[in-house]
Design a protein around this ligand. Structure first.
Ligand code: MG
Length: 235
């Protein structure tokens, strides 16, 4: 019996790469306007390298992209002789764009269908804000790695979501695009799994297969409508 779904967000409901590209450009425009020395010293690519350096140095923040980005911004401003007080404002310009996403075409209708049948919860390693994205009404709650203190594939984040849903893991299906963090992680935590494979990639041979594979969220909605609460069909 699948009585609730947890859903990954980035690359499951929308493509993340174009969103980050726009958000990085907005952040850089802020720096050009308010902190030109920083903008001069750190191109968009240069800032990306700095952020990756911070990520490597701060394994303790691997679940917290927001804090990683703020640290990188403070470091870039300081290196360039600009006021570090600009860091949260530069981040805000990034974050506004980070929540302007283009949903995959099938998502609005499929999400409404899924939400009409079962509670949905968002489970993300990223820092999207579902309220700002405009999808808040479909979800009972959103649990982010930053808020939880650990990222997928850690079992604890899946278990925390199940606990908030008031359901045992076996009654919850996790839906996501990443074979390792989403599917293998959820399976190890005892949840049913659906791999959203929009790119029609081969499944990594080293991993146990997902319970369900779908190319779109609409296919998953069709699957669940056709096999309501029948665990036997999940193979
Ligand atoms: Mg994803």
């Amino acid at each position: 019996m699948i009585r609730a779904l947890t859903l990954d967000l980035d690359d499951t409901l929308w493509a993340i790469a174009p969103v980050i590209t726009r958000a990085e450009a907005a952040q850089h425009a802020y720096l050009r306007e308010h902190c030109p020395r920083t903008a001069e010293r750190y191109s968009i690519e240069g800032f990306r390298v700095l952020r990756e350096t911070v990520a490597r140095e701060r394994h303790d923040l691997s679940h917290d992209f927001t804090e990683q980005r703020l640290i990188a911004l403070r470091r870039a401003l300081e290196d360039s002789g600009d006021d570090v007080a600009h860091a949260p404002h530069a981040f805000d310009t990034f974050f506004v764009q980070r929540n302007r996403v283009d949903l995959y075409d099938d998502v609005p209708d499929a999400l409404a269908r899924l939400a009409a049948r079962r509670p949905l919860a968002a489970l993300t390693n990223g820092n999207a804000d579902l309220g700002r994205v405009g999808l808040g009404t479909h979800f009972r709650f959103s649990l982010g790695a930053r808020e939880h203190g650990a990222a997928k594939p850690e079992p604890s984040i899946f278990h925390a979501a199940c606990q908030r849903l008031g359901l045992p893991p076996r009654a919850v299906m996790h839906v996501g695009d990443d074979p390792w963090t989403d599917i293998d992680g959820a399976a190890r935590a005892g949840l049913a799994t659906c791999w959203i494979n929009r790119e029609r990639l081969p499944w990594p041979e080293a991993l146990p297969r997902p319970d369900v594979e779908a190319h779109t969220l609409a296919e998953l909605a069709d699957h669940l409508d056709g096999h309501l609460d029948s665990r036997a069909c999940l193979a």
